[in-house]
Design a protein around this ligand. Sequence first.
Ligand SMILES: Nc1ncnc2c1ncn2[C@@H]1O[C@H](COP(=O)(O)OP(=O)(O)OP(=O)(O)O)[C@@H](O)[C@H]1O
Ligand SMILES: [Mg+2]
Length: 254
Amino acid sequence: MATTVLESKELCKTYIVDKYSNNVLQNVDFKLEEGEFTAIMGPSGSGKSTLLYTLSGMDQMTSGRVIFDGEDLSGMNHKQLTGLRLHKMGFVFQQMYMLKKLCIMDNIILPGYQANTKSKDEINDRARKLMHNLGIDEIALNEISEVSGGQLQRACLCRALINSPKILFADEPTGALNSKASAEVMKELRNANKEGTTILMVTHSEKVAASSDRVVYLVDGNIKGELKLGKQTDEGETAVRERKLKNWLDEMGW
Ligand SMILES: Nc1ncnc2c1ncn2[C@@H]1O[C@H](COP(=O)(O)OP(=O)(O)OP(=O)(O)O)[C@@H](O)[C@H]1O
Ligand SMILES: [Mg+2]
């Protein structure tokens, strides 16, 4: 039977700016089963990034509950949340953050060393393998300022996967990429998913979403609908999946 790895109940998030409140998430009930690869789509400003941040405990919810791996995030203090994120979660942010004083390789291996559950050799080998798979071996020793936005985005993904997280939150992980690099990223995400990482990804790309197992559509902070595509096992299914998704997105008002 499927195990729920992440669940929100009546999740609300309100931002207050200049005395005006903006109810960005409105009673979101959401479930993610272990091993699932789910994409979130929806118009710009519909709350996709906010949903990712509140589900992962990166940002505080206004009300409701989030249960991750059997634990209620709302009851956790800062230190507990930091430990949880380091050991069990990986993140690719829409805004790409890396430490400016470290080269790309050092940025990638840092969470591995911090988690301290594998030897340095194992962590370095995994970093090199991930960089190779994503076509960015040659920038390992570069400064952050010396790489392109697309290379940085892929480096952020390597860092997010370094500890083989239980769950990966990825906010538009192919947003800065051309179609070849996008395909490499999707291949690596599917690899990580096969190795056991549950994935929750925001994307604006139909092509990218079509290779996920399920697509959730968000409008004005509410889940409007979901489409179950199932696991993609064969590249030959791509065209059919893309067509199915496109028709459904038309119905959703995309
Ligand atoms: N830190 C913040 N403070 C105040 N308002 C915010 C903040 N972050 C987001 N918002 C508001 O919340 C709403 C949803 O933003 P969010 O970034 O979640 O949208 P999104 O669906 O990810 O959009 P996009 O597709 O453009 O990335 C927007 O109206 C935005 O202005
Ligand atoms: Mg966003």
